[in-house]
Design a binder for this molecule. Structure first.
Ligand SMILES: NC(=O)c1ccc[n+]([C@@H]2O[C@H](COP(=O)([O-])OP(=O)(O)OC[C@H]3O[C@@H](n4cnc5c(N)ncnc54)[C@H](O)[C@@H]3O)[C@@H](O)[C@H]2O)c1
Ligand SMILES: [Zn+2]
Length: 372
């Protein structure tokens, strides 16, 4: 079993552990009891996850003699709304959940964000234990305490920082995850290697076959490697005001590409394209060593992620959408850039993102196949 400690911060006075172990779902009851003792537990999950993993979770909680009620929602991003948040909160009130309750979020990032936000706001905040079941949520969404919902004006615009009492990642749950979702999650792992650890990036490449075949031991090593990197940034910058911006590599273009395709691409597919595009941006701006984008593109392809933009996606439309990203500031849009695989671009102290002229971005998008 590997425990990755997330140290105390101003936003999270107590530390918590990310526990990564194949088969650990069977120990959910004990872990919940130790890390989030409560009178009653609301287990929040979605219908897909419930079909495979609700019973093992409930039996472990029952074995620890915990009082649990399960709340199941429809799967998918369309459930991550204020309406579902309100319905879940109301159902908990109706069921008599008090302040001495806790939430268990069993599912992907949608469940983690939504159930985390229910916990953040329920009676001014109750503990949450995150039990991520997608690769993306194990290595990204469940760690760091960001919770929230989407609104018509955009994704994740309403939310709160609410750090979990514990995160329990059981890579065995990934056996039922679709290949499409698994590959999407791989993009975030590649991002972790690209911003922070060339050795990890190379290991991902060498292990690509085992990873895509869902070998549990190799997936476990990936989750440990990625969580260590993400945890390092979260500890440095719990409320995302400085260095955590590095985790946004590939995401300024990625979010714009996602929106330009009306979210028909998986987030990971858009981030894969975003990383290749932003490496090109860095090369043109003289911040990234030559051929980094070529290497990233070939690795992204190796993991079955796209390397060219979907047809007929004009560069100008994507550029306009980068301006709508909530992280964009006034003037030139700022990008988190790498200097080479495994390292951020060299900047001076306190500078975590770089302002980039639209013409540079335009050129990079053309090299990703965008028409004029
Ligand atoms: N809080 C954060 O820091 C953070 C970071 C990144 C992403 N996110 C959020 O995460 C969400 C995306 O998360 P996601 O990619 O995990 O999507 P998701 O939660 O929608 O899960 C993807 C699909 O896989 C199914 N699924 C989940 N686990 C399964 C399993 N083990 N077996 C079979 N099916 C399974 C789900 O039912 C769903 O249909 C987005 O809303 C995004 O905004 C949050
Ligand atoms: Zn992402």
């Amino acid at each position: 079993m590997t425990r990755i400690r997330i140290d105390p911060t101003p936003a999270q006075p107590a530390s918590y552990d990310v526990i990564v172990e194949a088969g650990s779902l069977t120990r959910l009851g004990d872990i919940v009891q130790q890390t989030a003792p409560a009178h009653r537990y609301a287990l929040i999950t979605d219908r897909n996850v419930a079909a495979h993993w609700k019973d093992p979770a409930l039996s472990s909680l029952a074995a620890a003699k915990l009082q649990v009620e399960c709340f199941e929602i429809e799967p998918g991003e369309t459930s991550k709304t204020r309406e579902t948040w309100a319905a879940l909160s109301d159902r908990m009130v109706m069921s008599g959940f008090g302040r001495d309750s806790a939430v268990i979020a069993l599912g992907g990032g949608v469940i983690g964000d939504l159930a985390g936000f229910v916990a953040a706001t329920y009676m001014r905040g109750v503990p949450v234990v995150q039990v991520p079941t997608t690769l993306l949520s194990m290595i990204d969404a469940s760690v760091g305490g960001k919770t929230g919902v989407d609104v018509p004006a955009g994704k994740n615009l309403i939310g709160a920082f609410h750090q979990p009492s514990a995160v329990l990642a059981d890579p065995e749950t990934l056996v039922t995850l679709s290949d499409f979702e698994l590959r999407g999650g791989m993009a975030e792992a590649l991002k972790h290697g690209a911003i922070a650890d060339a050795g990890y990036f190379d290991w991902l490449v060498d292990s690509s076959r085992a990873l895509l075949q869902k070998e549990t031991a190799t997936l476990t090593d990936l989750v440990i490697g990625s969580v260590r990197i993400k945890a390092g940034y979260v500890a440095l910058d719990p409320t995302e005001s400085g260095p955590r911006a590095a985790l946004n590599f590939g995401h300024t273009l990625g979010h714009a590409i996602e929106r330009a395709t009306a979210y028909t691409l998986h987030h990971g597919q858009a981030v894969a394209l975003g990383m290749v595009g932003e490496a090109t941006v860095g090369e043109i701006a003289g911040l990234t060593v030559a051929d980094t984008s070529v290497r990233l593109s070939s690795v992204v392809g190796l993991f079955g992620l796209p390397t060219v933009l979907p047809a007929a996606l004009p560069a100008q439309q994507i550029i306009e959408l980068t301006r709508h990203d909530k992280k964009a500031r006034q003037g030139a849009v700022r990008y988190a850039l790498i200097g080479r695989i495994g390292e951020l671009a060299p900047g001076h102290a306190g500078q975590w993102t770089w302002p980039i002229d639209d013409r540079v971005v335009m050129q990079a998008l053309h090299s990703l196949g965008a028409p004029l």
